[in-house]
Design a protein around this ligand. Structure first.
Ligand code: SAM
Ligand code: SF4
Length: 332
């Protein structure tokens, strides 16, 4: 199926970046706080910012972006579900005209309680992070959280009727790389699409290149063939393969740079627009809103920032890790 052109209003020009790519996907980090401290994500000293955007401010930002052609919105963090007002944030964003798809990325710790209310608030997709099926390894990676609650949260999501459920695992050599086959089976048994992410240099751990992982899975007897089904504009950076139980995705920021097809723009938890995950902060949207900026002024700031969007991230350059904001502030 070919996706319809994302931009509908003929009076408003599409949101293009410096490379001529059309932006249709907005990622909002709704908090930099988290109830976990994953080794690859959060530095031990991370404090957390108190002055976050309000549900009304998120709604305003999304409505400005939606008028410029943004159709898909993802809430991430930090852990988005620890915001006490997350249902209101979701409800307001889902109701913005033009928003066709509202997703959340979560560690599942609050899904047992929130899977159904979030679905009712208008969330259409969930990406759930689960790196291991071993309680010991879970503790080693996440430092905090209750493993049983996570598994029950995932089952609650399965029962809640989402249009799409994905399970994301960051693969680390010697930590969870031997479990990838088991994670695939666990996800497929629940109708979830598993995806494996190459570790990016934000914290500790050694990445496993996707090609090596695929080879290992095949050597273990799993049949994996490239998925030829067209992915459409919603595809994102994952490359999909077919296994007997369903699709398996691999996200390879290090070995298969996906920046060429980038359609996404990010707002960090402090309200700063970042046109690239690996780039610097640009338009301070929160400050502009609180200073009384009009919608037109916000849109202009967004267009200016996207005029500087780089052609790709710089994760593989020497010293990249040290210069990057933490994942929790930018939202992955
Ligand atoms: N707390 C939520 C969660 O864990 O799903 C949302 C925020 S988290 C920053 C978003 C995604 O980024 C998660 O799937 C997480 O596994 C991934 N992530 C965090 N640090 C990473 C890293 N260094 N390399 C690759 N992916 C990472
Ligand atoms: Fe928290 Fe998600 Fe980062 Fe883990 S990956 S520390 S759950 S924000």
């Amino acid at each position: 199926m070919i996706d319809a052109p994302p931009h509908r209003d003929p009076l408003v020009p599409p949101l293009l970046d410096a490379q001529g790519r059309t932006m249709t996907y907005l990622r909002l980090s709704v908090t930099d706080r988290c109830n976990f401290r994953c080794t690859y994500c959060s530095p031990a000293s991370w404090g957390g910012k108190k002055d976050l955007l309000t549900p009304e401010e998120f709604e305003r930002i999304v409505s400005v972006f939606a008028r410029m052609g943004i159709r898909r919105v993802r809430l991430t963090g930090g852990e988005p579900l620890i915001r006490p007002d997350i249902l209101e944030v979701a409800r307001r964003i889902a109701a913005v005209p033009g928003v066709e798809w509202l997703a959340i990325t979560t560690n599942a710790s609050h899904l047992e309680r929130l899977a159904v209310p979030l679905r009712e608030a208008g969330v259409t997709q969930l990406n759930i992070s689960l790196d291991t099926l071993s309680e010991d390894t879970f503790r080693r990676i996440s430092k905090q959280g209750d493993f049983g609650t996570i598994l029950r949260g995932i089952d609650a999501a399965v029962g809640a009727g989402y249009a799409s459920l994905k399970l994301n695992a960051v693969v680390m050599s010697g930590v969870n790389d031997a479990e990838v086959g088991d994670l695939i089976a666990y996800a497929h048994a629940r109708g979830i699409t598993p995806r494996f992410i190459e570790l990016m240099p934000f914290g500790q751990g050694t990445p496993v290149p996707t090609a090596q992982l695929v080879e290992r899975l095949r050597a273990s007897g799993l049949s994996l063939v490239p998925d030829e089904e067209p992915q459409g504009a919603a595809a994102g950076p994952a490359q999909y393969w077919r296994a007997p139980g369903g699709r398996v995705g691999f996200i390879s920021p290090l070995t298969q740079n996906f920046c060429g097809g980038c359609n996404r723009v990010r707002v960090a938890s402090n309200g700063d627009l970042r046109s690239c995950l690996g780039g610097r902060a640009q338009a301070p949207l929160h400050t502009l809103i609180r200073g009384g900026a009009t919608d037109a002024e916000l849109a202009l700031a967004v267009r200016r920032a996207l005029g500087e969007k780089p052609d790709g991230h710089r994760f593989t350059e020497p010293g990249a890790g040290a210069s990057l904001l933490t994942m929790m502030g930018i939202g992955g």
